[in-house]
Design a protein around this ligand. Structure first.
Ligand code: GUE
Length: 295
């Protein structure tokens, strides 16, 4: 221990927020909920609609159905050809909306270009909206109506913060990315927990400077390692929503992980971070939608 000077600036390694582990805990809770409903005669069911032959969608949907099986949720899949018309899709959704065995509906995105994605998502009954993407549920989040489904990725991030004992109250949080499925609902949820929230995006003037002020950084841009480790404030909590497949097949996040981990107090890995939590929260939404059908 000769280098006492170095020790003055020693920072402990960060807590790795393990998404797989927290997802396992969430799934055990869901399994309990599913069982309790079954005892009351309600068999929780999720229906996934998949369109076309996108290989990634096929893999994701298979994963979601396996998750359902693990927690006792009945899952169905409607696989339609890429040539399906908008009217046919809307007719299927109307049928699922009317089917009492279907508690949650998920239309796997992206949809083929000739289909109006917004019109499809709007057609899903808000009471069966497993993704929390319907405008009614988006509005409910925005004005704080409780008991409605919330977008799975930001809901998963909030659960990760809770498990890591990170209270956003009064902290500076920055959300990088402003998508309807992650960035905007993420900002709303952090605000609800009393963070001071900044939303940064591709036109933000000084991203490095904005990130450097933040106690909580949520990166949801979709560009491999765009957030540099040396932007991270000493002791900040870093949540990496990104999943970018490199040419060599490696999966990396939106944050330069190793360099960020040298400054962060807690950080999520990719893979094994937010991804598994997104999947787990879909199960939470589904069982909650089923519970809401009880008298
Ligand atoms: N209506 C709809 N809802 C969605 O929630 C939705 C969607 N459409 N379309 C596609 C995206 C993508 N998505 C993922 C969630 C978790 C992982 C996941 O668990 N990833 C693993 C890594 C898997 C790997 O190695 O490739 C992880 O991060 O550890 C991946 C992808 C949900 N999506």
């Amino acid at each position: 221990m000769g280098d006492t000077c170095g020790m003055l600036f020693y920072t402990p390694p960060p807590m790795i927020i393990d998404g797989k582990q927290i997802a396992a805990k969430v799934k055990a809770e869901v399994a309990e909920g599913v069982k309790a409903l079954k005892a009351k005669g309600v068999h929780t069911g999720l229906t996934v609609v998949r369109v076309g032959e996108d290989p990634a969608s096929a893999i994701y949907v298979r994963g979601k159905r396996k998750d359902c099986e693990e927690v006792g949720i009945h899952s169905d899949e409607h696989h339609l050809p890429a040539t399906v018309t908008q009217a046919e899709l809307l007719a299927l959704i109307a049928k699922l909306n009317a089917d009492p065995k279907v508690h949650g509906i998920l239309v796997q995105l992206p949809l083929p270009k000739h289909v109006d994605e917004r019109a499809i998502l709007d057609a899903i009954s808000p009471a069966k909206d497993a993704d929390g993407f319907h405008p009614f549920n988006v509005g409910a989040l925005s004005i704080g109506i409780p008991g409605v489904p919330r977008p799975c990725t930001p809901a998963g991030v909030m659960r990760m913060l809770e498990e890591a004992k990170v209270d956003p109250k009064g902290k500076r949080a920055i959300v990088i990315g402003r998508s309807n499925i992650v960035g905007k609902p993420m900002a709303a949820m952090l605000l609800e927990k009393h963070a001071t929230v900044t939303i940064a995006h591709s036109r933000t003037q000084d991203l490095a400077g904005e990130v450097a002020r933040a106690d909580i950084v949520v990166a949801a841009i979709g560009k491999a390692e765009l957030v540099k480790g040396d932007w991270i404030r000493e002791g900040a909590v870093v949540i990496d929503v990104g999943m970018n497949r490199l040419a060599d097949g490696k999966l990396v996040g939106d944050v330069e992980y190793a360099a960020a981990a040298r400054r962060a107090s807690a950080i999520t890995p990719v893979p094994g971070g937010v991804g598994p939590m997104t999947r787990a929260m879909l199960l939470v939404n589904t069982v909650e939608l089923a519970r809401r059908t009880l008298p």
